[in-house]
Design a protein around this ligand. Structure first.
Ligand SMILES: [Zn+2]
Length: 66
């Protein structure tokens, strides 16, 4: 699968967490699967983290595939 999308792993609101109902610009990225990054600063850092996160998931899936 060449697509960069991964089922069950999306980045809602570009990964921004909400505080008091408002998305914050600086903070950890949170994947829809519940994974959470270290504190990040900016959308690009969150996207980079999410790409790496999905790569890790794929690598784990490939290892367990017969
Ligand atoms: Zn995820």
């Amino acid at each position: 699968m060449k697509t960069n999308r991964l089922a069950g792993h999306t980045l809602p609101n570009e990964g921004r967490i909400s505080r008091d109902g408002y998305p914050v610009c600086c903070g950890p990225a949170v994947c829809s699967c519940g994974a959470r990054s270290e504190g990040l600063h900016g959308a690009n850092a969150r996207k980079r983290w999410h790409r790496q996160h999905k790569d890790n998931i794929r690598a784990a899936q490939n290892e367990t595939r017969p």
